[in-house]
Design a protein around this ligand. Structure first.
Ligand SMILES: Nc1ncnc2c1ncn2[C@@H]1O[C@H](COP(=O)(O)OP(=O)(O)OP(=O)(O)O)[C@@H](O)[C@H]1O
Ligand SMILES: Cc1ncc(COP(=O)(O)O)c(N)n1
Length: 259
């Protein structure tokens, strides 16, 4: 059985973060270990507050679990604080962890700012380099690559590709759920290739919660199973589109995914 290490935040309502990620890994017949970076006060309507875990305690947990259960891939979600991010970076290197997928969670769908500006600079210029792929949505990609994204036209994609090379980011999947139009398109960009997948848009992207978490976790799970990046993206797209199709209203706010 393949093992996926989840490093992410805790959403008590289960619509995002570790609770959702573990369900995705399990639904794809793999085994999840998880280390929580931060606790949130959150329901299906919005995020109210965040408290990062003590970085020393976090590192103790991370090291014990990695030394016991060596992961086949890693999914990184909400980091919660720059101190935690520093610990994650140090341990990615120390244990030479492979197939590292980072969902750069900067802001929630409901608008809660998870990162301050100096923390974003650290992610951009230090942290992302240590990951194999980052999976920003439209707004996150605009902040990371300092580019306005109105569509995924060739000039926008080659600008992102150039900036990735300069910043030392190995590969990136731009998620297009928040772009206008009938189609939900995502683009894998490496230093020498651009590869697109798309699906018909269902409902309203802003009324669904947790799609980005499920996407990056499914992608990390397919990598753990030995898929190459292209096949992992095709399978992830199909899997997440199906989850969106079956999304349900469980509380008073957004629709949630139920893997
Ligand atoms: N309405 C939709 N219909 C079909 N697919 C969608 C829809 N909205 C988003 N997607 C797909 O879901 C995945 C996540 O993309 P999205 O752009 O929503 O990321 P995100 O903003 O990080 O998600 P989150 O809601 O967790 O913040 C992508 O594959 C995207 O194309
Ligand atoms: C713990 C945690 N991790 C990630 C997100 C982002 O997900 P979304 O953009 O759907 O709010 C979240 N709200 N909470």
């Amino acid at each position: 059985m393949k093992k996926v290490l989840i490093i992410a935040g805790f959403d008590p309502s289960g619509g995002a973060g570790v609770l959702l990620d573990v369900k995705v890994v399990r639904a794809l017949n793999s085994y999840a270990t998880s280390v929580v970076t931060s606790l949130t006060v959150q329901d299906t309507q919005r995020v109210y507050d965040l408290k990062p875990i003590d970085p020393h305690f976090f590192e103790y947990q991370l090291q014990k679990v990695v030394e016991d259960i060596k992961p086949d891939s890693v999914k990184i979600g909400l980091l919660g604080s720059s101190e935690i991010a520093v610990v994650v970076l140090r341990n990615l290197k120390r244990y030479n962890l492979k197939k590292v997928v980072c969902d750069p969670v900067l802001k929630s769908t409901s608008g809660f700012e998870f990162c301050k500006s100096e923390f974003i600079e650290f992610l951009k210029y230090e942290f992302f380099k240590a990951c194999d792929v980052i999976t920003p949505n439209k707004n996150e990609a605009e902040v990371i690559f300092d580019v306005e994204i109105k569509n995924f036209d060739e000039d926008v994609l080659s600008c992102v590709q150039e900036r990735m090379k300069k910043m030392g980011i190995k590969s990136c999947i731009l998620k297009g759920g928040h772009l206008p139009g009938e189609v939900a398109e995502d683009v894998l960009i490496t230093h020498n290739d651009i590869f697109k997948v798309h699906a018909k848009k269902q409902g309203f992207t802003d009324s669904i919660h947790g799609t980005g978490c499920a996407f990056s976790t499914a992608f990390a799970t397919f990598l753990a199973k030995g898929y190459n990046m292209y096949d992992a993206l095709i399978s992830t797209k199909e899997y997440v589109s199906n989850l969106i199709y079956k999304s349900t209203k469980i509380g008073n706010g957004k629709l949630i995914l139920n893997p």
